[in-house]
Design a protein around this ligand. Structure first.
Ligand SMILES: Nc1nc2c([nH]c(=O)n2[C@H]2C[C@H](O)[C@@H](COP(=O)(O)OP(=O)(O)OP(=O)(O)O)O2)c(=O)[nH]1
Length: 145
């Protein structure tokens, strides 16, 4: 039987200086403590933007302005086949609060936090490409590269 996709909204929060926000996954979830872009699964009837707005409010305590849809990628994990809807976010209101006990890090290129969630590698590559920067998956800790 064909596996169904789990739809996920993920936010690339970008500061004016170009740094991007990465957060660590809370304990108790698959890939706990891995670093990722903040976001989460769409709930029934939600659009990507609505899900992202809800997740970033729940997880980070911020209210985002526009979410700019940017890329869609997929990753096949043992626990789920996920489709990641990546949105860039340039504006938000409120102070960042790690409401689920995550860690946060503003990162320039290349990101230095480890380990990085495998499903984030394709979009990291796209971000590097967009900036005209070299992308070395092995240096970022990608397995099998
Ligand atoms: N947020 C986020 N999820 C990612 C990234 N890369 C990646 O493969 N994923 C995957 C991991 C998970 O299988 C899925 C996100 O689901 P999740 O479990 O974090 O979502 P959620 O917050 O809605 O969790 P829950 O309601 O089930 O507790 O997407 C990423 O960079 N950010």
């Amino acid at each position: 039987m064909k596996r169904r996709h789990t739809e996920v909204a993920a936010g690339i929060l970008l500061r004016a200086d170009g740094q991007m926000l990465l957060t660590s996954r809370p304990e108790g979830k698959p890939y706990a403590l891995y670093w990722e872009f903040p976001g989460g699964k769409l709930e029934a009837g939600e659009s990507v933007e609505q899900a992202l707005r809800r997740e970033l409010q729940e997880e980070l305590g911020i209210t985002i302005a526009a979410a700019h849809p940017w890329q869609v990628t997929e990753h096949d994990y043992p626990h789920a086949l996920v489709r990641l809807h990546w949105c860039k976010v340039f504006d938000w209101q409120g102070e960042l609060q790690m409401r689920e006990g995550q860690r946060m890090a503003w990162q320039s290129w290349p990101p230095t936090v480890r380990p990085l969630l495998p499903g984030a590698f394709p979009v990291l590559q796209m971000l590097a490409q967009e900036r005209g920067l070299p992308f070395d998956a092995r240096a970022l800790g990608a397995e099998g590269s």
